[in-house]
Design a protein around this ligand. Sequence first.
Ligand code: PBG
Length: 348
Amino acid sequence: MADAPLSYSAPAAGQAFPATRLRRTRQYAWLRRLVAETVLTPSDLIWPLFVHGREESEPVAAMPGVDRLAVEGAVLAATQAVEMGIPAVALFPVVDAAHKSDDAREAFNPESLVCRAVRAIRREVGDSLGIICDVALDPYTPHGHDGLVQGGRVLNDETVAVLCRQALVLAAAGCHVVAPSDMMDGRVGAIRRALDGVQRQDVCILAYAAKYASAFYGPFRDALGSAGALGTAAALGVADKKTYQMDPANADEALREVALDVAEGADMVMVKPAGTALDIIQRVKEACGVPTLAYQVSGEYSMIQAAAGNGWIDGQKAALESLLVIKRAGADGILTYFAPQIARSLRT
Ligand code: PBG
């Protein structure tokens, strides 16, 4: 024991001998857990739900593991969300062709499917779960555009007027957060004024501030049954959404979008898609300091599910990793179709 120190020979000066070994803190699971800089929890997740007017649920072919739910099914999912510690759901109605029109009037029908779903969920879970509703006209127009179309153009200000009516109806039905995802200019301010005008200062606005024109929305359009709609749109001279959704080439413009929406009264902003815009999430979070959410969209979900279904990747691990890095980039919350699966795994 006494001569143990003597057996130690110090490394010669200049000998390669790293004093800092980063692998040291990766040796054990407990130590990795201790030094983890980012921790994903169920509180980070928002669960998007597709609701349709039928009695039975129905699988979405392009999104394995996701169903179109009856209103009752959405109520059940909402109660499960509460149990799993998921703070909010986002509702997307699957609207029958009979309720689609060029003026999108079903968007402000207080008896619409989404309004009925909001009321049913709110009755069941009260304020223990956030209910978020999209404000955009795409479920209600035959061409699937988020706004009114005339003369080969998507009209801005005329659309904003309809969006305000839609937001008021959704708020009256009981949703806590309206989420304009339409990308019209000036809609956040107009919706805020409309809500405040009827004493609904309590209703939050989550602005899809940096929403890119993305190929990754494909499966979502299948879920809504609007995949063919853009064919109708092409006949009207507006084949895609590039005149209102952002060009993926741009980043500074995303910051301008966010700044405008915040100035107009947005309480929270969204970056979408998430996985192809991690740089944008980081910049928005740093520059604006507002709660920044990110949407892991349908295509991101379906890619993982497809690869997992083929046995090419471990779907659960890939889902977790994809969400963890979105949080690491700076997202305060993530909309993801993996929400129930991941929340369950994080709690066990
Ligand atoms: C429509 C809307 C879209 C998504 C959410 N709201 C599609 C679109 O803009 O065409 C896509 C979500 C997803 O792909 O998961 N305003």
